[in-house]
Design a protein around this ligand. Sequence first.
Ligand code: FAD
Length: 400
Amino acid sequence: PADVLVVGGGLAALRTVAALRDHGYDGPVRLLGAEGVAPYDRPPLSKHLLDRSSPAWLADDLGHDLHALADEVHLARPARALRPLAGGGAVVTTDEGELTSSCVVLATGAHATTVPGWHARTLHTAADADGLRAALAGGPRRLVVVGAGWVGAEVAGVAAAAGHAVTVLEAQAAPLSTALGAQVGALTAPWYAAAGVDLRTSARVATVDGTGILLADGSRLAADAVLVAVGARPATRWLADAVPLRAGAVAVDESYRVLGPSGPLPGLLAVGDVAVRRSARHGWVPGGHWDEALHGPDVLVRRLLGVPVEGPEPTPYVFSTQLGHDLTMFGLPGAEDRVTVLGDPTGTGWTALWARGDLVTGALVVDRPRDVGAARRLFARDDLPRVVLPDAPGPDDDLR
Ligand code: FAD
């Protein structure tokens, strides 16, 4: 391409710029961000909510100096609109005028999901984390977390460990149900009480006001701080109807080309949390995985520049440290997939495997470092792995 315009200022945007230069692209590269700060790493915001703060979070430059790699960097100039051009590329509108580019990469990530009318915090940026940290400062506080997903579980754990009184309200019957399904999610429920967190499942929140939470059953819960951690939605509102969306995300093919009504739109790519990627191996892969924002841009740039892609496509991969446990998840299990648990879920470590027929679609490894390597190897191939799973696994079964 004659030039590249990257829209977004997070990990996927930075890695796109870095990959362009790594693979020898020497044309002009411009970047538009919205947060006003250089790209930084988000996973520590929840895991190190109380033992770090912005100076440390923002100092993590993810191993690259954006200003040295790109020709123009505008970290506080959000894109407001996009108009694809018939000949390829697009015109991007900002408050300071229009930018035309022959190759636009959408990497605007996601926003934390909010509930209209609720007076509650969310956690997606370093500024959000600073605000929540400040709300918990100065002695034990009552923290209510709405949502027992990855972020909610992590924040609940670190806050309880620091002596705060933490209640987690989860609408579904078990924590992590969206990612793991109710059966495997339920295996994490005992961790809450063990960590001193009051977990209430099947809890319906009616509203959150300045003093606390009103539940659908009419009861009230007082709180000094309320965090709503009910997921993230791709940051696509600024695109209006410029490109078709799939479940709110920008649909891309295996080469990260944005899919229009009749095929890829020339000179328009998307990667990271904003995108949902078509995959022969996994079906549609949504964003929300740090690893996709880390490795997707390299594949995008290789395909763009005609550099051969080595190895299989990026495997959906999530890690979490929560309530004293280490979780690593590979693949993308479907709601109907069969689950086998190896090891003892009440003991020192276990691994859940999901299968569709004899194809393994997902693996969750909990506190079992040696299974992490085995699971990674299983998914490091072009096809979904086939393994024979025991019908009645014993406590000593593992993934070797
Ligand atoms: P983002 O990180 O969202 O970055 C997008 C950037 O683009 C933002 O700076 C945004 O302000 C900017 N932007 C938005 N709109 C515009 C616009 N119109 N114009 C210009 N710029 C714009 N994943 C894991 O796998 N494991 C974890 O343990 C884990 N922990 C997490 C903990 C927290 C608290 C959070 C919030 C996320 C966590 N994640 C984790 C998810 C992971 O951080 C994301 O998958 C990753 O950040 C995605 O990177 P991204 O660059 O696509 O998007």
